[in-house]
Design a binder for this molecule. Sequence first.
Ligand code: SF4
Length: 287
Amino acid sequence: MEREIIVAREAGFCAGVKRAVQLANDSLEKEPTKALCSLGPLIHNPSVIEALGKKGMSVLSSSLGEEEIKKLPKNAKLLVRAHGVPKEQYALLKDNALDILDGTCPHVIAIRRIIERAAEEGEPVVILGDKGHAEVTGLMSFAKEGTVVSSVEEVASLNFTKPFTVVCQSTLDSSTFEAVTKAILDKFPFAKIRNTRCQATEKRQKEALSLCETCDAMVVIGGIGSANSNRLAEICRGSGKATFFVTDPANWEPKELTPYRRIGVTAGASTPQSDIDLILAKLKSLI
Ligand code: SF4
């Protein structure tokens, strides 16, 4: 069978992830005597974390408490990942005079500013997204009063009598955003909705959907813990196309793609080009 492999133009590292990885590499090269420590995995991709680990970066828990922060070596450089960290953790790091390398994505900082402005005006905030996701937890810490909502059903438990601001996790898919904000506006016409999905997410999700229309199967490459890669896979599955979510490119075998002629390939915003190249080489072995 003659096969075609179509790769999404918008696949792999987004600008925020590129920036965070670049900060880590620059620090490791230019300040080798500093102990570079990332607060939680820098990005949700094991191959990138392993490569940075070989160069000397260690990964600490993302929820270090006061006592643990006090025990950190004074020559440590703390790298904040693209999701950002909660306000209280920033304060603890600064109070302990630790050297902070801030890899928070500028788009996440922009969402944070919206939340801070709402807090200054005394408005509650609703964040649409995954409860417990690092970005959502970090953002919530900047709200004066806030709630996380993950689905249309959860809107029923909201109770507001005055204006409130609604933002979303940067990687939320457009259909969840549209459905949940519609339910919120139906119940609270005074809600102030801000679409804070990032461009990188928007482009990757739109392109994945359009590939689903023309391909027989989709391959999505990304780390198992990567929210945006998981969403890409959900979107492809939701379109009804056979979807293969590849979380371990080195050990993945392309045999399961044998029945399909036209194969679309996409990758999450934290997937390095080397993982994409590896999968393409494996898929080409089928042709
Ligand atoms: S997915 Fe969007 S918000 Fe997240 S790091 Fe990339 S550009 Fe920033």
